[in-house]
Design a protein around this ligand. Structure first.
Ligand code: SF4
Ligand code: SF4
Length: 121
């Protein structure tokens, strides 16, 4: 999923004009923002941005990990005893393991879809 680095965007609007599904809007300061729900992942905004402001999703990994860790810390406050806290940590680990499994299985299925297209060529 592409995203716009607000520090690099100069608000030129080139990406807005190129987006085929009008998923990009400009804020009051003219800087661009992508609507994740509307984006069809075509990559055009990344290709046309003259300032490299449209960034790859992978660059957000550290930030997203931090969000998860912060959320875990906040939820931990609801559990007082060491036993409750231990059980809570286990639940969070199970939750993120489930997320990992969903991602792995999704990747496997999408790869199968891609390979099926390649074979059909
Ligand atoms: S093309 Fe790049 S610099 Fe111009 S508005 Fe879009 S993201 Fe910002
Ligand atoms: S990837 Fe394509 S659909 Fe998504 S915001 Fe960029 S130009 Fe629009």
């Amino acid at each position: 999923m592409p995203w716009v680095d607000q520090n690099l965007c100069v608000g030129c609007g080139v990406c807005v004009d190129e987006c085929p599904v009008e998923a990009i809007t400009q804020q009051e300061d003219r800087k661009a923002i992508i609507n994740d729900d509307q984006c069809i992942r075509c990559g055009k905004c990344h290709d046309v941005c003259p300032h490299d402001a449209v960034r790859h999703d992978s660059e957000r990994i550290p930030q997203e990990v931090e969000v998860n860790v912060t959320k875990t810390r906040e939820l931990l406050k609801h559990f007082k005893t060491p036993q409750e806290q231990d059980q809570f940590y286990e639940r969070m680990i199970r939750y993120f393991n489930k997320e990992k499994k969903v991602a792995d299985l999704t990747i496997a299925k999408i790869t199968d879809m891609k390979n099926a297209i390649s074979k059909g060529k």
